[in-house]
Write a protein that binds this ligand. Structure first.
Ligand code: NAP
Ligand code: G4F
Length: 353
């Protein structure tokens, strides 16, 4: 089986790649050219003796470049495509709304058109988001809850969701939307609130930082573990019929709850360190998200395994360990050799056989 992943260098892409490789897949990831290495999350796969690197292939491309997508599809001929690539930061989407619309929204139709024109029949997964529910019209949110996006990101994801449904209905594509609620991990980007808090708590504990600046502490989200959520993506593509599924834990917590847990785990009082900076407020906020994943539990046999408390403790412990390693001067690990292998693989993959 061959799987193509857009966004393989991101949080979810790295977990999904690991899971698919463990299942025996050949995994092809699209990476974009950057002036410095952006493969930190997938470098360790090359160091894992259980995963022969010959089954992980990286190709240069960009979701905003249709010709690269067409070429990649025709040469790789994947059985499954996971479209995880996006400008995924909600606050940033207010600063770069047009770019976000392109990469998070319109790029989905670029991929779908590339599939249609190729004459191939890969199964397609679209990374849809609970952010589409926005100013939620019902609680909890499930597959039939109407969308009310509150950000350029949410609006772009709503377009991507509907164009995926449309290509399924119009052309019979096996195309699924996973409507995933917030999911985090030690690999979460450092500007998302859970990771920002985990990292700051660790650094404050080690005396490396005094203060943490945040925005709205009252926002509530349904936070789960990314490792659990990528399993749901795969399960959707193993069904007889394509469909759309909410993936969530069913529990909601505030940003304040993360602070209590993260700082409390390290015997710190968050109130003496956290300051509010209005720059982190959003022009329009999503106040409350909580998902009902009963359809996924019933039809996919999926359920979350990691609790909110376990997730936050896992993240704080990982950041504590990483910061300690930095202090000891061993933070970079043996990444040099991994990167050399990676470069060689990219060269090979640029001209796939
Ligand atoms: P992430 O860590 O921000 O990763 C985004 C990925 O997209 C990165 O690999 C990034 O590449 C890539 N990308 C960005 N622009 C691109 C472009 N123009 N062409 C090709 N690739 C591009 O996001 P994530 O948390 O893993 O989320 C994965 C997907 O699920 C995203 O679509 C996100 O919107 C969606 N989602 C996430 C959550 C969540 O809570 N995590 C919830 C619902 C939906 P670089 O490394 O080069 O930047
Ligand atoms: O961690 P966040 O930036 O995640 P947000 O906006 O919920 O978006 C994430 O989840 C979506 C699923 O619903 C994904 F689709 C999306 O790609 C992304 O992964 O913010 C969570 C909450 C917000 O209400 C925000 O206002 O935390 C609040 N917050 C308070 N202070 C902050 C901060 N958020 C960030 N990023 N930084 C702060 O300092």
């Amino acid at each position: 089986m061959k799987a193509l992943i857009t966004g393989i260098t991101g949080q979810d892409g790295s977990y999904l790649a690991e899971m698919l490789l463990a299942k025996g897949y050949h995994v092809y990831g699209i990476i974009r050219r950057s002036s410095s290495f952006n493969t930190g999350r997938i470098d360790p796969i090359y160091q894992d003796p259980h995963v022969p690197d010959a089954r992980l292939h990286l190709v240069y491309g960009d979701l905003n470049d249709a010709s690269s997508l067409n070429k990649i599809l025709r040469t790789i001929r994947p059985d499954e495509i996971y479209n995880l690539g996006a400008q995924s930061h909600v606050r940033v989407s207010f600063d770069i709304p047009e770019y976000t619309a392109e990469v998070t929204g319109v790029a989905t139709v670029r991929l779908l058109e590339a599939i249609r024109e190729s004459g191939l029949h890969p199964k397609f997964y679209q990374a849809s988001s609970s952010e589409m529910f926005g100013k939620a019209l019902e609680v909890p949110q499930h597959e039939t809850t109407p969308f009310y996006p509150r950000s350029p990101y949410g609006a772009a994801k709503a377009y991507a969701y509907w164009i995926t449904v449309n290509y399924r209905e119009a052309y019979g594509l096996f195309a699924c939307n996973g409507i995933l609620f917030n999911h985090e991990s030690p690999r979460r980007g450092e500007t998302f609130v859970s990771r920002k808090i985990a990292k700051a708590a660790a650094r404050i504990k080690l005396g490396l930082q005094e203060e943490l600046y945040l925005g709205n502490l009252d926002a509530r989200r349904d936070w789960g573990f990314a490792g659990d959520y990528v399993e749901a993506m795969w399960l959707m593509l193993q069904q007889q019929e394509p469909d759309d599924y909410v993936i969530a834990t069913g529990a909601t917590h505030s940003v304040r709850d993360i602070l209590e847990l993260a700082f409390g785990h390290l015997d710190l009082d968050w109130k003496t360190h956290v300051k509010i900076d209005p720059r982190y407020y959003r022009p329009t906020e999503v106040d409350l998200l909580v998902g009902d994943a009963s359809k996924a539990m019933r039809e996919l046999g999926w359920k979350p395994k990691v609790s909110f408390r376990e997730l936050i403790v896992m993240m704080v412990e990982a950041d504590l360990e990483a910061e300690r390693r930095k202090i000891e001067g061993t933070g970079s690990g043996d990444r040099g050799s991994a990167r050399a292998i990676l470069e060689a693989t990219i060269k090979k993959a640029a001209d796939p056989d």
